[in-house]
Write a protein that binds this ligand. Structure first.
Ligand code: ADP
Ligand code: MG
Length: 332
């Protein structure tokens, strides 16, 4: 049974960035306004997500890391109207199966925090009092220690995994309004260094300036395209002639209703249209699609990175028209 659990867990959490993504989303769901992601040796040794969210109630300690435990479904009339990131109750249980999980947490109703450790099947094994502000710290040591092949791959590809993680954290840092996000990494015996940091500002513009600098921001122009009555696209895109010859994959971010997602078709379209107008360049693109929750499904893959629109073709058509218009006017 535990082997099956381990294999299933390995399908929910495919890599380092998927693991950290789940923890960051839990912090966002908990209403955190400060989230620190601390890595040791790029996350290979351990990683930690520290938040000032609502904390976890002692009633939930025992069940916290058991499969399908979630506190988020009750109160939702149906899945379609779900606005929290998580609801499956799979992340903590999967992380337990794949590494060593500890949680430190305190709600505003508690005077002290509690430090919890779990075994690989998600059973709570130790519980002791500790000092902490209201909020939660989740630590995962030795990710994939139980999957020897994946573990070896993980070590071998750690820099690549780390790059993917930083890109994902940039996505959250851009879109999360009013949330301070900090990521640090400590290599070997060195002190931790700051990888990225935002101020918790209220606007996408401020977040772009903080993360990428004013000079980058000044090469962008705002995008606002209405696809239909209920669907629109907002964000920023490189101005004509301001793109980069190098692969800007690390500066392209797509969101649906404020969630970072992968949109291969839309990415391709954006790049094609930009190249068409700018010969062989890649634009910086930071685009958020606002769509009614019932017109899209972000829950099709376990990591919720893929998104299905019920009417993708009309979105593509409207986006094409909107972008062409932007490029034709900015070229004129
Ligand atoms: P899900 O997010 O799908 O509910 P998870 O396995 O990610 O499932 O988390 C299980 C439960 O643990 C959540 O429903 C929530 O109640 C609690 N939880 C996890 N992380 C946090 C956090 N950072 N702050 C507060 N509660 C948390
Ligand atoms: Mg979750």
């Amino acid at each position: 049974k535990s082997v099956v659990h381990r294999i299933c867990a390995g399908q929910v959490i495919l890599d380092l960035s998927a693991a950290v993504k789940e923890l960051v989303e839990n912090s966002l769901d908990a209403g955190a306004t400060t989230i620190e992601i601390a890595l040791k040796d790029y996350g290979k040794e351990w990683f930690q997500v520290i938040d000032n969210g609502c904390g976890i109630s002692p009633n939930n300690f025992k069940v916290l890391a058991l499969k399908h435990h979630t506190s988020k479904l009750a109160g939702f009339p149906d899945l379609q109207s779900l606005t929290t990131f998580g609801f499956r109750g799979e992340a903590l249980s999967s992380l337990c199966a794949l590494g060593n999980l500890t949680v430190e947490t305190r709600t505003k109703y508690e005077q002290v925090a509690t430090h919890l450790t779990f075994d690989h099947s998600g059973v709570l094994v130790t519980e002791k009092k500790t000092a902490r502000q209201v909020g939660t710290t989740v630590t995962v040591k030795n990710l994939f220690v139980n999957l020897p092949v994946r573990c070896k791959e993980f070590s071998r590809n750690i820099r690549k995994e780390y790059g993917k993680l930083v890109s994902l954290l940039n996505a959250y840092a851009l879109i999360a309004k009013g949330v301070r996000l900090v990521c640090t990494n400590a290599i070997g015996r060195n002190a931790k260094s700051v990888v990225l940091k935002t101020q918790g500002s209220g606007s996408l513009k401020d977040n772009i300036v903080t993360l990428f600098g004013m000079s980058t921001f000044s090469c962008l122009e705002p995008v606002s395209i209405s696809v239909s009555d209920s669907c629109k696209v907002d964000g920023f895109l490189s101005k004509s002639g301001q793109g980069s010859g190098r692969n800007m994959g690390d500066r392209q971010f797509f969101f649906v209703n404020g969630r970072p997602v992968d949109m291969p078709k839309i990415t391709k379209l954006v790049n094609e249209l930009y190249r068409g107008a700018n010969s062989q360049q890649h634009p910086i693109a930071i685009l958020n699609f606002t769509v009614p929750t019932r017109a899209c499904d972000v829950n099709v893959t376990p990591d919720k990175r893929k998104v299905f629109f019920s009417d993708e073709s009309s979105i593509l058509v409207a986006l094409r028209e909107g972008l062409q218009q932007i490029y034709s006017t900015s070229n004129a």
